[in-house]
Design a protein around this ligand. Structure first.
Ligand code: UDP
Length: 494
């Protein structure tokens, strides 16, 4: 939901608790802002956050992101004030929806603003509207709806709000449902302001009596709520309140630690020099880091082109001999092309010498039951009847893989890298398995030189990922050298 530029430019000062930015508003300035948004038009959002909301935001990043997209976040309740005290921040005003509603109704009645109430059990929003209209003559509550509906009804609820011509929509469906609902549906609603207000209609409909004034003034309203609905509220208050304080206390320690580290740095030099040094260090280390990555890629590509190009030229007579043998045993093309999955899931054509009869792929489905590979993703069997005699030999000696030197020259593959999988194999990958697509695939890699396809699939993935995370040119050279004896002894080959 894009924030409008006007509200951004007029943004009040704020503070952050547990990763949520809260605006420092008084009740009066919050109401002024609401009125000005309606006059200005556009689409604006306001949310109230209390200790419970911040606990939710701490656990759920998606909720925290939704709050960060609101144009205003008001500090609701004594929990936020206590957190500010712990963090050594100036105390904000308590701007909560329940206290704001009568004042908002007063202004709305005076200025002809139209309200819509959404949320609460059936009839609750309607009773709340009737009560408020009785108290504030001239107030226009142009529509209401209960808050118990599924996502399939979102569209009709939004249409009803739009038909009502409301300027301000109050959504009382409890946190985090109301904030998430507003975020998802904001663009469908024409009203200038949509606010999440919690269980407010319950109070104003008379369904749930509000705490006595002295409890509200002393920050003990939560005790009242707990006594009213202990089964629902004990988690929120009995567990949630101490948890919130513990989290804020930890944030205070973190902030102190950061501050001390900064002070230590600043005390060593005079301030501008320290900052300059800091920036310089950052710039140099970033440049070195980028240069290192670039140099590694350039060196690996250079090695690939030089080595694969030279080998292709040198082996040309040998390739012609192998090609002749393949054609002599069985009709069909000499080379076998197959779609494989490369870097970041990109498909490419991989070349091999043909080692099977030409109807091999069609017969694979019938042979699936005899699959010998563990893990169910790869398919291999020892006495595969589809393999030709020449094929068996070139497979054993890994000669069938040599045309991939051309894939290395074109850049789809590298000499060293995870084995390029088939699209059908990738379709069975879990998200974790897909990490092996994070590098350019290769002809050989760690697991080929340590037992080849005898290793179960999950272990292959682990080895590939470990290679990608710790690759170096030196390591590539070691793997290439180890590949030679592995191929000569046919260790692990099928
Ligand atoms: N509610 C709703 N739809 C739902 C769940 C809850 O409209 O799917 C209403 C519920 O009837 C109550 C309010 O949301 O009126 C939640 O009240 P609560 O006291 O939990 O909210 P808070 O003010 O503490 O955020």
């Amino acid at each position: 939901m894009p924030r409008d530029t006007v509200s951004e430019s007029a943004k009040p000062s704020g503070f952050e608790i547990l990763g949520v930015r809260i605006d420092r508003e008084s009740m009066e300035s919050a109401l002024d802002w609401i009125e000005s948004r309606v006059t200005q038009g556009g689409r604006h959002t306001a949310q109230f956050v209390n200790a419970h909301c911040l606990n939710l935001a701490y656990r759920h990043r998606s909720y925290s992101r939704v709050l960060s997209r609101a144009d205003r976040v008001f500090a609701d309740g004594s929990g936020i004030r206590l957190a500010c005290r712990i963090l050594g921040l100036e105390q904000p005003d308590n701007v909560n929806g329940t206290d704001m509603l009568p004042l908002l109704c007063e202004r709305a009645a005076a200025n002809g603003l139209r309200l819509y109430f959404l949320g609460g059990a059936p009839s609750v929003a309607c009773y709340a509207a009737q009560e408020l209209v009785r108290h504030y003559p001239g107030l226009k509550v142009v529509g209401n709806s209960h808050g118990y509906f599924g996502p399939d009804q979102d569209e009709s609820v939004c249409a009803d709000i739009n038909r009502s011509g409301a300027d301000i929509v109050l959504v009382g469906m409890g946190a985090p449902r109301q904030e998430m609902w507003i975020d998802t549906n904001r663009q469908r609603i024409d009203a200038a302001l949509v606010m999440g207000v919690g269980g407010l209609f319950d109070f104003y409909s008379g369904r749930i009596p509000r705490a006595p004034l002295w409890m509200r003034r002393t920050g003990l309203e939560w005790c009242w709520r707990l006594a009213q609905e202990p089964a629902r509220m004990w988690r929120r208050y009995v567990l949630g309140n101490p948890l919130f304080i513990a989290r804020v206390a930890r944030e205070r320690l973190d902030r102190r630690f950061e501050e001390r580290a900064r002070e230590r740095l600043l005390s060593r030099y005079d301030r501008p020099f320290a900052l300059m040094l800091h920036r310089l260090r950052f710039a140099v280390s970033s440049a070195l880091w980028r240069a290192g990555i670039w140099a590694w890629h350039a060196a690996k590509r250079g090695l690939d082109i030089a080595a694969a190009g030279t080998l292709l030229l040198m082996l040309m007579p040998f390739f012609l001999a192998v090609a002749a043998l393949i054609r002599l045993e069985s009709p069909g093309p000499v080379l076998f092309r197959q779609k494989r999955v490369g870097l970041h899931g990109k498909l490419f054509t991989m070349w091999k010498f043909r080692s099977m009869y030409i109807d091999a792929e069609a017969r694979k489905a019938a042979l699936m039951a005899a699959n010998e590979m563990q893990g169910g993703v790869l398919f291999k069997m020892k006495n595969d009847p589809r393999i030709t005699r020449v094929g068996r030999f070139i497979r054993k000696a890994s000669i069938d893989e040599l045309p991939q030197l051309w894939n290395v020259v074109t850049g789809d593959m590298s000499l060293v890298g995870p084995r390029p999988p088939l699209p059908s194999e990738v379709a069975l990958y879990s998200l974790r398995d897909r990490r092996r697509l994070d590098g350019v695939p290769g002809i050989t890699c760690t697991w080929q030189v340590s037992g080849r396809s005898n290793i179960p699939f999950p272990r292959q993935v682990a080895l590939d990922v470990e290679y990608l995370e710790s690759r170096s040119l030196w390591r590539d050279l070691v793997i290439l050298l180890k590949t030679v004896p592995a191929v000569l002894t046919g260790r692990g080959a099928m």
